[in-house]
Design a protein around this ligand. Structure first.
Ligand code: FAQ
Length: 312
């Protein structure tokens, strides 16, 4: 087949909603764009363990500690599925990790904010996992097969994460005045960064048009952000917490909530490495790489031994 024929076959598959699989021909730019997005997604899951791990030793009960531990382990699993999905595109895991440590590959902006109180564990579950789900449910229909299938399982687990966060905050809201104030303070700090998770406005999103055409993205950044805002309002009311946005109001004509302007200066500061915890997060990952190197070496030695035994 000529390259033009291969391109045509690829375009037909995208049009017909047939998944692109690892051995299929694909345009180099499609492959590169996927490695970028899936790699960043994987890094986010892994870096995202740190803000929550900050509270593991201080969880208020054995039950809460067990739940938090399970959630953090799920995030590690999500990172691994996603690295595997990127590897099916020929990417090398260590290269991707090195690129992140060198600031050449991004991870989600949200994980550069500190978790200052126990309520933050609830807010991360409710708002951060909640925003992640809205984005990831759409990605279950992404055009690349391994990414789409990985998302199905990830979404099931993220739903549990979101519920555990909301339930934690509900419990705190039934507690003392101080606990309620802690919840409000936490939500005030996490709401806007959660809205930034969806990325820049569509007009300022350099990758969106091509990613939408290739059906890597099924909804735009602004569409998903709006969906998250609309979903969240009822949850705020039920929780009994106010939304930290004086401009948020129902727009009858649009059938959606209007909301205030996001601080895009803050967003660009954070994604260019200058957020409150960027340095700390990269340092934590670098240390984890160094301290975990022996595990990788042991696993590789074991795999080599098994291969040798099979061949003998
Ligand atoms: N943070 O042209 P666009 C989770 C970058 S998982 C950092 O709009 P695109 C689970 C973007 O990469 C959360 N960077 O880009 C959990 C690009 O930079 P580049 C992660 C951002 O790719 C919960 C530039 O800006 N989820 O939370 C962000 O079309 C709790 C231009 O942007 C995913 O990664 C941002 N928020 O759309 C774990 C979902 N937004 O590469 C632990 C998959 C944009 O040119 C605890 N990813 N940038 O240097 C996506 O859906 C997309 O990549 C978007 C961005 C929507 C994030």
């Amino acid at each position: 087949m000529t390259e033009a024929e291969q391109q045509q076959r690829f375009d037909e598959k995208i049009e017909a909603e047939i998944k692109i699989e690892p051995r299929d021909w694909m345009p180099e730019e499609y492959r590169k764009n996927l490695v970028r997005q899936i790699g960043q997604h994987a890094h986010s899951e892994i870096v995202g363990m740190h803000p929550e791990a900050n509270w593991l030793t201080r969880a208020p009960s054995l039950k809460r500690k067990a739940i938090l531990m399970a959630k953090i382990q799920d995030e590690a699993g999500h990172g691994l599925y996603l690295y595997c999905a990127a590897e099916t595109l020929g990417a090398d895991r260590q290269d991707m990790i090195d690129a992140m440590l060198e600031g050449k590959m991004k991870y989600a902006s949200i994980f550069n904010y500190p978790t200052l109180s126990w309520a933050d564990v609830g807010a991360v579950g409710w708002l951060v996992d909640g925003a992640a789900i809205v984005n990831q449910v759409a990605l279950q229909r992404t055009s690349y097969g391994p990414y789409a299938r990985g998302m199905v399982r990830i979404c099931k687990e993220e739903s549990f994460h979101q519920r555990q966060g909301y339930e934690l905050l509900m419990e705190m809201m039934k507690g003392s005045e101080e606990q309620r104030a802690m919840v409000q303070d936490s939500v005030n700090r996490w709401w806007w960064p959660a809205l930034m998770m969806f990325g820049p406005n569509d007009a300022d999103s350099p990758h969106s048009a091509q990613s939408m055409a290739w059906k890597i993205k099924r909804f735009s950044n602004d569409e998903l952000r709006q969906k998250f805002v609309d979903n969240s309002v009822r949850q705020f009311k039920y929780l009994g917490v106010s939304i930290p946005d004086p401009d948020l109001k129902w727009n009858e004509e649009r059938g959606h909530y209007d909301f205030g302007e996001i601080n895009w200066d803050e967003f660009y500061q954070v994604i260019s490495g200058h957020g409150p915890c960027n340095r700390q997060r990269i340092e934590q990952r670098r240390k984890a790489q160094e301290e975990g190197a022996w595990v990788v070496e042991a696993a590789e030695a074991f795999a080599a031994k098994r291969e040798a035994a099979k061949a003998a």
